[in-house]
Design a protein around this ligand. Structure first.
Ligand code: GAR
Length: 200
């Protein structure tokens, strides 16, 4: 399975996936790391790991779909089977979702369907929930609304800020994302409508 990782920033989830692949835990190849931001820290990290990287500048395209068409063309050119969004802070167009139907996954720092969109950790703090967490899901045409593959719960502690909560959630993100990619690469994930079954 050839995988592309799409990032916009720090790339710590990307690093967790790279580590999983390099150690042999995940039987996949990372064919490309693509960013929509030239200055994304993760791009430099991916380069350092010897991976192929690409910055595609959204400003050079007329609109969202045009940009996503360029991404899809690039992914196809690289023989990519699966796309992992790892802090890729753009909404994927319906064109892209159809081109890689059920083959785009995303990690989100809340227990979806609670707190989709931006600043999920701050949303959890503001709401006053006692538990939040992390979700890995298939990307559909909505925002953070696709079929859920896996979730982990993280307790919200007294005195937590968005930053302290984000840190504890991130530690779980780095565990769950490699596990999900491993399950996909091993063909242990079956999708039936909204239900996703993962064989142990
Ligand atoms: C992660 O917490 C990820 O869950 C979140 O952005 C962070 C990226 O960190 N993604 C979203 O909020 C998507 N809606 P990273 O660049 O270090 O992996």
């Amino acid at each position: 399975m050839r995988v592309a990782i799409l990032i916009s920033g720090r790339g710590s989830n990307m690093e967790a996936l790279i580590k999983g692949v390099k150690s042999g835990f995940i039987p996949a190849e990372i064919g490309l790391v693509l960013s929509n931001r030239a200055e994304a820290e993760g791009l430099a990290k991916a380069k350092k790991s010897g991976l192929k990287t690409l910055f595609l500048d959204p400003k050079e395209y007329k609109g969202k779909e045009e940009y996503d068409r360029a991404i899809v063309e690039t992914l196809r050119g690289e023989g990519i089977d699966l796309v992992c969004l790892a802090g890729f802070m753009r909404i994927i167009s319906p064109y892209f979702v159809d081109a890689y139907h059920n083959r785009i996954i995303n990690i989100h720092p809340s227990l979806l369907p609670a707190f989709p969109g931006l600043d999920a950790q701050q949303q959890a703090i503001d709401y006053g929930v006692k538990y939040s967490g992390v979700t890995v899901h298939i990307v559909d045409k909505g925002v953070d609304s696709g079929p859920i593959i896996a979730q982990r719960v993280v307790e919200v502690k007294e005195g937590d800020t968005a930053e302290t909560l984000a840190k504890r959630i991130l530690a779980e993100e780095h565990k769950i994302y490699p596990l999900v990619l491993k399950a996909l690469a091993e063909g242990r994930v079956k999708v039936k409508g909204r239900t996703v079954m993962v064989k142990e």
